[in-house]
Write a protein that binds this ligand. Structure first.
Ligand code: EPU
Length: 420
């Protein structure tokens, strides 16, 4: 197991954002909808992507992955079983259910179970697929589904916490090959869903309304292979914005669509930064020396993303006053609070709320990463803290950030990877 050794740093320069993991994973699952070859560009080389490659191989795909280009071809096997040993390591594998059912008429996908950020049920996925006429039951820890022909339907995908990104992806991938029209109401509006819809359209699907809460789909008989460029990772970009704020460093971020970060840029300006979108979409950030406290509520897109809550909490722990963070997507996603407090932050958690009383300085400590975004927050805190910080269990960060320490080092960060 590796750890990061981090020292207080000033950052400067420009960083290029990698392809989006959360957009690439459903796009990869969507290749199950055709037997022709698909080539996807700008795929980040991450553990979760490698896991999805293994799942697709088990499901009968032949895959080459080199320098960000993923080529997916059909192999002989037409298996419809995504096994628990792979699914349990990455929940996004559950979005193979929709395409398997649509194309192979049967699917047996392990239920992913909960994880450190919450219970993470899959009821919305199952409800949507049942509306399309699938016969679904749970047995032996697997979700088993059958449908000789899915039938278009009017589907409502709202849940207790709003829309669901991967449930929208699953239903969208299932209904593109269904007979007739489907209307998906309360669809997730995240850019990752727009990206998936663009990919499906390139394969020949008939979709309108993606990026809004109402998506309309007219089923087609067949989809073909295509060449596609994945979007850049807005969460990685937001993580660099948080690092810039916490360390009061001027940096520029390139390669990401700034329109995917409107809420994040808005909050960052309130915290205290001049943010300029330059020609070509480069985001340039100049933080103030004194950070202001703000209230952040995480919401579905275009609201502030839950995937940046931890990183911005690291910034707010250094603001000049009291901030309130309300987590509306995953009310238990606060594992980073205790670790930030070990570094001298003053954060009190109460249910889905955290009250952050800004402190002058954080102090380096040995701290434990608990999940992907929490680990990014701890690295940011380490870059802003006096002395040495050791972030243990960085395999979490490797799941979602491509070459994170190299990118940070290029910006001038004092960060090293060592054996734990
Ligand atoms: N939910 C249900 N029932 C369902 C599905 C979801 O109640 O059937 C609830 C969830 O428990 C949560 C809320 O709905 O409270 C939203 O969850 P959503 O389904 O949107 O999450 P997801 O699709 O499983 C994706 C990202 C997450 C990101 C969330 C929210 C991928 C691979 N994962 O998960 O990313 O936090 O959307 O934006 O796209 C991460 O990258 O660190 C990460 C966790």
């Amino acid at each position: 197991m590796d750890k990061f050794v981090v020292h207080e740093s000033q950052l400067s320069g420009t960083v290029k954002v990698s392809g989006s993991k959360n957009a690439a994973l459903p796009v990869m699952a969507a290749t199950l909808l055709t037997d022709s070859e698909c080539t996807i560009h700008n795929v980040p080389d991450l553990m979760d992507i490698r896991t999805m490659i293994k799942i697709l191989e088990v499901l009968g795909k032949k895959i080459e992955f080199k320098e960000g280009i993923l080529s997916v071809k059909a192999n002989k096997s037409k298996s419809f079983v995504a096994p628990y040993k792979l699914v349990r390591t990455m929940r996004a594998s559950f979005c193979c259910l929709g395409p398997l059912l649509a194309k192979r008429k049967r699917a047996k996908v392990a239920l992913p179970g909960g994880c450190v950020i919450g219970a993470r049920p899959v009821d919305i996925h199952i409800r949507g697929l049942r509306d399309l006429g699938a016969d679904i039951f749970i047995e032996g820890g697997y979700c088993q589904a059958k449908a000789s022909q899915l039938q278009g339907a009017h589907i409502y995908l709202g849940g207790q916490y709003g829309s669901s990104v991967l449930a929208t992806a699953n239903i969208l991938m299932a209904c593109v090959l269904a007979r007739g029209q489907t209307m998906i109401e309360y669809a997730a509006c995240e850019p990752e869903i727009e990206c998936l819809a663009s990919f499906l359209k390139k394969m020949g699907a008939d979709i309108t309304g993606e990026g809004s809460p109402l998506i309309r789909v007219s089923g087609v008989k067949k989809l073909t292979g295509c060449e596609f460029v994945n979007i850049a990772d807005r969460i990685e970009a937001g993580t660099f914005i948080a690092a810039s704020l916490a360390t009061r460093s001027n940096i520029s971020i390139e390669g990401v669509n700034p329109f995917h970060l409107t809420s994040v840029i808005d909050i960052s300006k309130k915290i205290g930064a001049e943010i300029i979108i330059e020609k070509g979409g480069v985001i340039s950030i100049k933080p103030n020396q004194k950070l202001r406290p703000v209230n952040i509520t995480t919401l579905c897109y275009p609201g502030f993303p839950t995937d940046l809550q931890a990183q911005f909490m690291a910034c707010l722990s250094l603001a000049n006053g009291i901030s309130l963070v309300t987590e509306k997507i995953y009310p238990d996603r606060f594992m980073h609070v205790a670790e930030l407090n070990r570094m001298g932050a003053s954060i009190q958690r109460n249910g889905p709320y955290s009250i952050i009383e800004g402190v002058e300085k954080l102090k380096g400590a040995e701290i434990m990463a608990s999940d992907l975004r929490a680990s990014a927050a701890l690295v940011i805190a380490g870059l802003a803290a006096e002395g040495k910080t050791e972030v243990l269990r960085v395999y979490h960060i490797d799941r979602g950030y491509e070459n994170i320490e190299e990118k940070l080092r290029k910006l001038g960060a004092k960060i090293k990877r060592e054996k734990q």
